[in-house]
Design a protein around this ligand. Structure first.
Ligand code: C5P
Length: 213
């Protein structure tokens, strides 16, 4: 299959040196790309700024902002049968970007923000028979939030991780996730390496009924 994967954070600049972002290291998304390749799939990876080596055999598009990630993901959509959106897209961006570095003396004490595009929601209209997988990083009432996102973003599977654990989620090499699928099924996986989690996700996608494949 052709699998499009997004990974890493996005950066939303306010001037040439300052930005809003998050703690995503890209490890989970890169693991998904590697495992999909290892299982014989073609992989395109849309990556935010991370320090990881590109997975051998993947075609990699590097992006910085949520707007650029939306454009690159939109471009890859026609090519893929599966979209796995692992990226931790920044939810907010500064409402304006200054072309020169803002002087600290002249900085406003309040920074006007606006929402970034929700990439999965924007692509939902063109989903067709594709399989869409999303991630949810939650700290409280995780199951309710994960199920709400599954429905709102028209996902087939949402992989929920509890980012309040030190050995799971952001930056760690291990992760503890649960799968919620659109057919109502639930599966809690034990703590395992991100490579193993990635392998389970790709196996789930392979078992998903794909039209014409
Ligand atoms: O709403 P929330 O950010 O928790 O949803 C997480 C899922 O939605 C992830 O799969 C993430 O990649 C995706 N997402 C997106 N566009 C955004 C924010 C999140 O596609 N602006």
């Amino acid at each position: 299959m052709n699998i499009l994967v997004t990974a890493g954070p996005t950066r939303e600049f306010m001037d040439p040196v300052r930005y809003l972002s998050n703690r995503s290291s890209g490890k989970m998304g890169y693991a998904v790309a590697r495992q999909a390749l290892a299982r014989g799939h073609a992989v395109r990876l849309v990556s935010g700024p991370v320090t990881l080596p590109p997975p051998t055999g993947a075609s990699v598009s590097r992006v910085t902002s949520a707007e650029e990630m939306l454009a690159a993901t939109q471009e890859g959509l026609a090519w893929c049968q599966v979209l796995i959106m692992v990226a931790a897209v920044a939810d907010w961006r500064p409402a304006s970007i200054s072309s020169s570095k803002l002087k600290k003396e002249g900085m406003p004490s309040m920074l006007p923000l606006e929402r970034t595009p929700d990439i999965l929601s924007r692509l939902a209209a063109d989903k067709g028979s594709r399989c869409f997988v999303g991630f949810a990083a939650e700290t409280d009432d995780a199951e309710r939030h994960a199920r709400a996102k599954l429905a709102a973003k028209q996902l087939d599977l949402i992989v929920m991780n509890d980012v309040s654990r030190a050995d799971a989620g952001f930056e760690a090499d291990t992760n503890q996730v649960s799968f919620f699928s659109a057919d109502g099924a639930f599966q809690a996986l034990p703590l395992m390496s991100k490579d193993e989690v990635a392998d389970r996700i790709v196996a789930w996608v392979e078992a998903f009924p794909h039209d014409g494949l």
